[in-house]
Each structure stands twice: as C-alpha cells, then as structure tokens.
Design a binder for this molecule. Structure first.
Ligand SMILES: NC(=O)c1ccc[n+]([C@@H]2O[C@H](COP(=O)([O-])OP(=O)(O)OC[C@H]3O[C@@H](n4cnc5c(N)ncnc54)[C@H](OP(=O)(O)O)[C@@H]3O)[C@@H](O)[C@H]2O)c1
Length: 327
C-alpha cells in the first residue's frame, strides 16, 4: 500500500481521484476551504501559500507519491487577479516541491491543454506551448518549476469533466457538463460553440490513467485526452441525445420510436453558435482548439482512452449506479 498525498482533494479532479485511489492505497487529501468528506481519505487542511505549514504537513504524512491537482482554475478570476493566480499556481507549486520530504519518490503535476494557443489543435508533447491567458501562463510556469525538481516528476496535460463534489456547506462549482445536463433535463436550450475543440476525458478515467502512471513510475511530460477531438457543440448534442433517449428507456411497445423522437427533440435544444474570443470586461481570452494528441501515453500504458461518447455514457452510468457525487 502506497502513501499518497493529493492536493486539491476538494476539487473536481482531486476528489474523484481520491475516491478511486483510496480503494487500494493510503490517501491524504489536501484542501483549503472545502473539507473533503470522502470514504477512506484522510483530509488535511493547508494553504499552498503557507510554505512552513506545508513542510510540517508533508513531514508528518511522509507521502511516497504527491499528486499536485490544486490550482486557481477559474480562467477569468486568474485574468482579473494575475498576482493571486501566480501566487497559487506558481509559488504554491514551488512551496509544495520544497516541502516534499525524502520519502517522496514521485511528484505528479496536473497541467492543462490551455498551455497551448489553440490556433492549431492536435498538440503533441513536442509542440511549443504558447498560452493566451494568465491561467495558461501560470500553469506553464508551474510546469517549468516541476521540470527542475530533483524528485522524479511527471507532468500530465489534460482536460476533463465529471461529477463535482457537493455538500458540506461548500460553494458547489459545477463543471460545464453538469450545468448543461441540468438545463437539458429541464428541457431548456443550451448554447454550444461549434468552433471550440478539445479532447475531454471523464475525470474517473483520468484518475485511472494517473494511477497507472504512478504504478509504472512513468516520468516526464505526457498528454492525456480522449481519442477523438470534439467541438463543444458535438459533445453537448451527444449528451442531449443520451438524455432524450434515456427518457423513454425501458418503456413498453413503441419504445424505440418514442425514444428516437425524444432524443431528436433533446438534440434540438442544443443551439450551435460560433465562439468569438472577446477578452476584456473581466473575460480572459480563450483558445479555440486545444485538442491533445495522447498517442504516446496510450502506447506507454498499452491501452486506448476511449472517445467522448464513451466518456459521456460512463458519466451518466455512474449516476444511474449511485456514484457518490452524482446529482
Ligand atoms: N477542470 C478542467 O477542465 C481542467 C482542465 C485542465 C487542467 N486542469 C487542472 O487540473 C487540476 C484540477 O482542476 P479542478 O478543475 O479539479 O480544480 P477545482 O475543482 O477548481 O479545485 C481546485 C482545488 O484547488 C484547491 N486550492 C485552490 N487554492 C488553494 C490554495 N491556495 N491552497 C490549497 N489548495 C488550494 C481548492 O481547495 P478548496 O476547494 O478546499 O478551497 C480545490 O481543491 C488543476 O491543476 C487544473 O489546472 C483542470
């Protein structure tokens, strides 16, 4: 059993990763404001800006593996307060690195597809990053720090969606898929960008990928995205199709026809629009196509990561099967 510390354990990735990983290993979940109440996970409060507190905590826990998933992730908040973004995403990363005790043999840094300009897409690990906003720049600066770490390190650039942790009086921040699902299930329209592309993984699948990386001791820079580039519009249309089709699931005679009609009506709720990046007025510039090419990592792990349809289906299945965070 490996002792693992996950920062950002109250966030979307950290909490889901902690749930998956705690089935086999000893997990400590670092948080700032929102105490994670997760089965088998030991919560630990600490601010990444508190270098001394971090040193004390990591000295006590003595993690063998550290997964750094905490960050200031709101792209617009980063743009509006670059100093705060730099403090958390860069200085915080530095503080964490320096707090790792000799017991730590692997440091895994979660990075983002937003380190790229988004002008081309299909980015490989060999492509030069060129972020268009403060969030991307601070995450890239964090990467550069990690690359200088004496501890064997891994950087995973990714994008993902999943069920967000809720409850416990926290301010629940739902990811865009959860928000879209809520609208579609209330038969409200959603606007989706036809010209913004990415390769989002289901967060639970990303958790499995990260656990495999740690088990294999895979180091270096890796891209982890779904197998097929998808526009925001295609993704939400597929979600709508599942939602609409599912509404009639299991009904008696004529179910297939009724389900198809309902699915089609649900898909019509997704209104395509062309995104125009209009930075300013509190809005950061957004990249258009940040799709990642993950062939290298898939080859290293000896398996595929699935496409967006599989990710959406598994996401909905998790809820149907009573997944802890599903709403
Ligand atoms: N969401 C995406 O689609 C996406 C895409 C690509 C990469 N990423 C990267 O993936 C990682 C996880 O993202 P996420 O969406 O899961 O994050 P999230 O849900 O926004 O959660 C952020 C986490 O960081 C913690 N945190 C923030 N400031 C902190 C500080 N000063 N000290 C200690 N903890 C602090 C928060 O703690 P409290 O809640 O307790 O305050 C929370 O646990 C991040 O590194 C992000 O850059 C995310």
């Amino acid at each position: 059993m490996t002792r693992i510390l996950i920062t950002g354990a109250s966030g979307l990735l950290g909490s889901n990763l902690a749930i998956e990983w705690s089935k086999t290993d000893e997990i400590y979940g670092l948080f700032l404001n929102n105490r994670p109440e997760l089965p088998r996970v030991v919560p630990a409060a600490c601010d990444l800006l508190d270098a001394e507190g971090l040193r004390r905590l990591l000295g006590e826990v003595r993690p063998e593996v550290v997964v750094h998933a905490a960050a200031m992730t709101s792209v617009d908040a980063c743009e509006n307060d670059p100093a705060a973004a730099w403090a958390v995403n860069v200085q915080g990363t530095s503080n964490l690195m320096q707090a790792c005790p000799p017991a730590t043999r692997h440091l895994i840094y979660i990075s983002t597809d937003y380190v790229f300009s988004g002008l081309r897409g299909h980015y490989t690990e060999a492509d030069a990053p060129s972020p268009v906003n403060v969030y991307g720049r601070t995450k890239l600066d964090g990467e550069r720090l990690i690359m200088g770490s004496p501890i064997p390190w891994t950087i995973v650039r990714t994008s993902f969606f999943g069920w967000s942790p809720g409850g416990g009086g926290r301010t629940v921040r739902r990811c865009f898929m959860e928000q879209s699902l809520a609208s579609l299930e209330s038969w409200n329209t959603v606007t989706a960008w036809t010209n913004r592309f990415s390769t989002p993984l289901l967060v639970n699948n990303l958790a499995q990928v990260l656990m495999e990386i740690a088990r294999l001791g895979l180091t270096g820079l890796w891209h982890a995205g779904s197998e097929q580039r998808v526009s925001n519009w295609q993704l939400l249309r597929y979600l709508a199709k599942c939602v609409g089709g599912g509404a009639q699931g299991g009904a008696a005679e004529g179910a297939a026809t009724a389900a198809a009609a309902t699915a089609s009506a649900a898909v019509d709720l997704v209104k395509g629009a062309a995104f125009q990046s209009q930075p300013g007025l509190g809005r950061a510039e957004r990249p258009f196509d940040t799709s990642l090419c993950s062939y290298r990592l898939q080859a290293a792990l000896g398996r595929g990561f699935g496409d967006y349809r599989q990710a959406v289906q598994r996401w909905l299945d998790l809820r149907n099967n009573g997944y802890l965070f599903a709403v």
